[in-house]
Ligand binder design. Structure first.
Ligand code: AMP
Ligand code: ZN
Length: 120
């Protein structure tokens, strides 16, 4: 299942070569706290397999991406996002340089918690 890019920081986190504060893990997906949070809750969800960005996602990834996205409400609540509609959360998936992507391993940001946030 796993394609590992030895130069990729998130592949190194998946492999345990770089520490992270884990939020969730299963066979295909890892979630961990962002090292520079913008918001009281800020974690990232990544496929364990190296997929560079959302631009590489296709029909074969529908099940994986569906599972990744549908984990978000549960994990957001567990991490302290307040209930919808007064609370809620923001999902961001920067894609490519013009999309603001800095780490080229697909990741979905989940941000939430009481305002103000430091960004966004
Ligand atoms: P992006 O601009 O969407 O590619 O964002 C990459 C995110 O990864 C940023 O919010 C960084 O703070 C975060 N990040 C980079 N290195 C680490 C790390 N070692 N552990 C956790 N988050 C990281
Ligand atoms: Zn990677």
């Amino acid at each position: 299942m796993s394609t590992h890019d030895p130069n990729c920081i998130f592949c190194k986190i998946v492999a345990g070569q770089i520490p992270s504060r884990k939020v969730y893990e299963d066979e295909d997906i890892l979630a961990f706290h962002d090292i520079q949070p913008w918001a009281p809750v800020h974690f990232l969800l990544v496929p364990k397999r190296h997929i560079a960005s959302m631009a590489q996602v296709g029909p074969d990834d529908a099940a994986l991406m569906g599972r990744l996205m549908t984990l978000i409400p549960r994990l957001a609540a567990e991490q302290g996002c307040n209930p919808y509609p007064e609370g809620g959360f923001r999902i961001v998936c920067n894609t490519g340089v013009e999309g603001g992507q800095e780490v080229h391993h697909l990741h979905v940001h989940v941000m939430g918690g009481p305002r103000p946030w430091s960004r966004g």
